[in-house]
Write a protein that binds this ligand. Structure first.
Ligand SMILES: [Zn+2]
Length: 115
């Protein structure tokens, strides 16, 4: 499942950053996720809540902000927004030569920590 991998990398990054700054406890983790990157935000939070147990993020909440994912067509130069069930095809001309411009993936936006 895609969400497991994403939740793991969020948790690992947050723990690493927290320790690196000399703090011992993570309170909140805020992430920005491109709409097309996850199948379900609920599933992501569910997986995160399971993974955090026993770690320094055990008390942390995962706050997810969805940001729009946009794509661009290399054939007609059209720009369009990308949804979860996007099938890598330009909605304007039908070309499959498209690239994701923004909102692709997960970005750690804010980390609230405590010593
Ligand atoms: Zn096109």
């Amino acid at each position: 499942m895609h969400e497991v991998y994403i939740a793991e990398s969020i948790l690992e990054t947050a723990i690493w950053k927290c320790r690196d700054s000399g703090f011992g406890q993570i309170k909140n983790i805020k992430v920005k996720i491109g709409k097309a990157s996850v199948v379900s935000t609920e599933a992501l939070i569910f997986v995160f809540d399971a993974l955090k147990i026993g770690s320094i993020a055990s008390e942390a909440s995962l706050i997810v902000e969805e940001i729009p994912t946009t794509g661009c067509c290399k054939t007609c130069n059209g720009e369009f927004s990308v949804d979860r069930d996007f099938i890598f095809q330009c909605p304007c001309c039908g070309s499959d030569s498209v690239i994701i411009k923004s909102g692709n993936g997960v970005e750690l936006a804010e980390l609230e920590v405590e010593s």
